[in-house]
Design a protein around this ligand. Structure first.
Ligand SMILES: Nc1ncnc2c1ncn2[C@@H]1O[C@H](COP(=O)(O)OP(=O)(O)O)[C@@H](O)[C@H]1O
Ligand SMILES: [Mg+2]
Length: 311
């Protein structure tokens, strides 16, 4: 459990974070959302003491982070920022194994962990472990960046706008991957975003920041149905606008005869799901399968045609 207790950060006359208190349960994703300058990054960076709080404290499992040396603390807390931050001259395996290497894990244990994570991120270990970041697509680099942050099994993973540089459609897929992997590993994640849609998709709980203050801390359904302030209501109002139409059309409406490679989707999945699956994995079509029975495929061309019908 992570307890943030009346934490404050002042820069001169600016109250970047103003007495924020919240409790984060182990094994959950908490998303901190707010507009630019609302204090999200400062709040996150006070948790691993990249910034020292002006007042207040953070406790991890009852232990004040002030009682730990910052470098020890940062080994227990993973940190992933926008862009992947991979070492360009190191292989994928060395990048993912960087922190375990620092912690003196054995070679075998590091190699096993690297392969486990590549598998989890749907990247065939034999095919990817010896590649260099420059030989990967943007989505693959981003996955390796997150795998690296998870490699040493941190008590807590802090992520600051990790998907900010990704295309909005690929971002949906990246969010789904993170959610699935977080469930599998039972990781505790605090993620910062300015995108309320991302917050609602990913968060077990959502913390809304405005002007350095925590204005609401609640589950996504509560945020949507009972926004605490007008500011929160406005942020919720913007959700899903760009891709709303595609998310309303089920695959059953556009499924056609033929086969396709890779992971299948059910007929009730939306065109938006299929679009993100295609773009994320570089496929031109996805198979549609219901209860194990092959129904056909949905192609990227068909999705584009439907999208254009509405524009
Ligand atoms: N090192 C700093 N020195 C002075 N002001 C800062 C510093 N870091 C952040 N701020 C100010 O604190 C406020 C919150 O910033 P930040 O935490 O980066 O917000 P967000 O991540 O939500 O965009 C902003 O007004 C910003 O200008
Ligand atoms: Mg920020």
């Amino acid at each position: 459990m992570i307890e943030i207790d009346k934490i404050t950060k002042t820069y001169g006359a600016t109250q970047a974070v103003d007495s924020v208190s919240m409790t984060v349960e182990t094994g959950t994703i908490t998303v901190i959302v707010g507009t630019s300058g609302s204090g999200k990054t400062t709040l996150l960076r006070m948790i691993n003491r990249l910034e020292e709080p002006t007042s207040g404290e953070v406790r991890i499992n009852g232990e004040s982070t002030l009682s730990l040396k910052p470098h020890i603390l940062r080994r227990r807390i993973g940190y992933a920022i926008q862009g992947h931050g991979l070492f360009p001259h190191h292989t994928v395996a060395r990048n993912i194994g960087a922190v375990p290497e620092l912690l003196n894990w054995s070679r075998d244990k590091i190699a096993a962990r690297v392969d486990e994570l590549l598998d989890l991120f749907s990247m065939e270990p034999a095919q990817f472990r010896d590649r260099y970041p420059g030989e990967l697509s943007g989505g693959q680099q981003q996955r390796v960046g997150v795998a690296r942050a998870l490699a040493s099994r941190p008590d807590l993973l802090l992520m600051d706008e990790p998907f900010g540089a990704l295309d909005p459609i690929i971002r949906t897929r990246a969010q789904e991957d993170l959610r699935r992997i977080q469930k599998r590993l039972g990781s505790t994640i605090m993620l910062v975003t300015h995108d309320m849609e991302e917050a609602i998709r990913l968060g077990d709980r959502v913390a809304v920041m405005d002007g350095g203050k925590l204005v609401q801390y609640a589950t996504p359904p509560e945020i949507i149905t009972h926004p605490a302030t007008e500011f929160v209501a406005n942020m919720v109002g913007d959700v899903e606008r760009p891709l709303r139409l595609l998310s309303l059309i089920p695959l059953s409406e556009v499924v056609e005869e033929g086969s396709a490679e890779g992971e299948a989707l059910p007929p009730e999945a939306s065109l938006r799901d299929a679009l993100s699956a295609c773009l994320w994995t570089g496929r031109l079509a996805v198979p549609v399968v219901q209860d194990g029975r092959h129904m056909g495929r949905v192609t990227l061309d068909a999705i584009r045609a439907r999208a254009e019908l509405h524009t």
